[in-house]
Each structure stands twice: as C-alpha cells, then as structure tokens.
Design a protein around this ligand. Structure first.
Ligand code: NAI
Length: 268
C-alpha cells in the first residue's frame, strides 16, 4: 500500500517548511519533528536526533520518513558528527526497531561537490560518479548514503537518497540556474521517492528540468519523477546582475560551487 503517514524531520527548516505546505496535497498526513519548535504546529515533536527514545516514539506507526534534519552547511566537524552522522544513525536505528519500510534521505550535491562541473558539450554527471565531498558537510552526506545502503542490504530498510541541488522558491545565483529544484518539483520528487516500488537503495539527483542542468536525472525519472520547472526564465536577470560563471574561478569550477572553498583553501 502507498505510504500515507510520513514523519518529516527537519520540519522547521527551509525545505521542511516548503514541504509542509506542499505534501499534504498528495494525500500525506505528516508528523513533524525538529529540535526547534514550529510556530502554529503545537503537535510537532521537539526533539534532537540524539534522543533515541523520542525518535522511536516519533517513528512508531509511520509508513515512511523524509529525513531532512541536520546541519545544512559546512560547520566544525564535531557538530556535523553529532547531528548529521550520529543523528542519522540514531534515526535509522529507530526506523529499523519500529519496522518503518522506507526513508527518503536528504543527501546533497556536496557529496560529489569536488567533481568538476560539465562545460560545453561535456556529458551530464552520472549518479554513480565517484563521490568527492567538498566539505565535512558533504562527507556526512556520503556517510548517510552508505548507511542507507547498509540498512537496505542488512535489514531490508529501503531508502531513496536525494542529492538535492538547491531547493528555494527561486534561484538566486548563476550557479543555481544549473542546480535549482523548485519547491513544486521537490514535492513531486519526494512523492515519487515515497511511492515508487522496490527502490532498495536508490541515489538520485534532485533538480528541476533546468536548461543548464549539470547532472543526470535519469535515476530520478525512473522513480516516476517528471520535473515541470526550469530555471531558465531567471537566467537573463541573474547573469546581468552577477556575471556568468567564470571558468577560472575555483568556486565556479566544481559541482559544489563555493563550498569547495569553505573554509578558504585557495586565495580567491
Ligand atoms: P535547514 O538548515 O533550513 O533545516 C534543517 C533543520 O534541521 C533545522 O530546522 C534544524 O533545526 C534541524 N536540525 C538540525 N540539527 C538537528 C538535530 N540534531 N536534531 C533535530 N533537528 C535538527 O536546511 P534545509 O535547507 O531545509 O535543508 C534540509 C535538508 O536538505 C538538510 O539535510 C540539508 O543538508 C539538505 N539539503 C538542502 C539543500 C537546499 O537546497 N536547501 C541542498 C542540499 C541538501
């Protein structure tokens, strides 16, 4: 049966707030969790990912989990370790103990951020390109993908790992023209990831059908995802304001954008 009740972790955050608005139209009943309270959502579970008892209670009885909670930018390693690495482990343990069948894991393009971006007629970056994290943050997403694979192979717990590009209402940089995932396409992709049969552990890129797309969406499309948006209408204005991507700038040369240079390792 199609999943109906879904735990949304990180529900107070940017993507969580967008998905709280969009996913109920697909028929889901959402249970919300975040370490921060959410205004106007008194039933949301306020808990840290280190709280195993709270996680077990939160996952009990749900059909699936969309796991967005965690640190979403580069940070000191010990913080990444606690929220993204140990936190994701605790959530998977709770899911396994309570028999939840599927997780949709918010991975990131920063798991492969040190991959040179395609230029000119270069082929799109495939989903099985070697992982090249650009930050401790990206490294934690590599861990999450491997954890997902382990829990599928060992415990039969399914995951779709979505390497999200940038999910914001509008693209706000020239790089985002290539990696943007509109909120509506994000909801389409999460819905496909929740409902596609027999996903095992599947890794997909999460973007709209952008004219300037850098990576291959075929594994996402194979789940039934049909993106409808394209960042191109924003291109002229953004390029006029910011200039086009500079081939010779480190921050413009890799999939991960400025994350490759955070903290700065090159003198620009
Ligand atoms: P965000 O930073 O706005 O939201 C993350 C939420 O997780 C916050 O509300 C925070 O309170 C919560 N959180 C952090 N640590 C926690 C912990 N230990 N226990 C419980 N809750 C905790 O991030 P955003 O932009 O909404 O991203 C959501 C997810 O998607 C993140 O995992 C991020 O890494 C991933 N992602 C997002 C992208 C984007 O374009 N926004 C791009 C690529 C990946």
């Amino acid at each position: 049966p199609a999943p109906r009740t879904v735990l949304l972790t990180g529900a107070a955050g940017g993507v969580g707030t967008l998905m709280r608005g969009l996913l109920p139209a697909y028929g889901y009943t959402l249970r919300l969790l975040d370490v921060r309270p959410i205004e106007d959502e008194p039933d949301a579970v306020v808990a840290d990912l280190s709280d195993r008892d709270a996680l077990r209670e939160a996952v009990r009885g749900v059909d699936a989990i969309i796991h967005l909670a965690g640190i979403s930018l580069e940070a000191p390693f010990d913080k990444i370790l606690r929220s993204n690495i140990e936190g994701t482990y605790h959530l998977y343990e709770a899911a396994r103990e309570e028999g939840v069948g599927r997780v949709v894991f918010a991975s990131s393009n920063h798991a492969v951020g040190f991959t040179p971006r395609p230029r000119g007629d270069d082929p799109l970056i495939p989903v099985d390109t070697p992982r090249r994290p650009d930050t401790f943050y990206g490294l934690s997403k590599c861990f999450g993908e491997d954890l997902a694979q382990l829990y599928w192979d060992k415990h039969g717990l399914e995951t779709v790992s979505v390497r999200i590009g940038s999910c914001f209402p509008e693209p706000t940089s020239v790089r985002m023209l290539s990696v943007w995932m509109s909120p509506a396409d994000g909801a389409r992709l999460f819905h496909a990831a929740l409902t596609a049969p027999d996903v095992g552990h599947t890794v997909v890129y999460g973007s709209s059908a952008n004219t300037r797309l850098w990576w291959d969406l075929s594994s996402a499309r194979a789940l039934g995802y049909e993106p409808r948006d394209d960042s191109e209408p924003y291109a002229q204005k953004l390029i006029a304001e910011q200039g086009d991507l500079d081939e010779d700038t480190v921050s413009h040369g890799y999939l991960g954008g400025h994350f490759v240079n955070d903290p700065p390792i090159w003198p620009y």
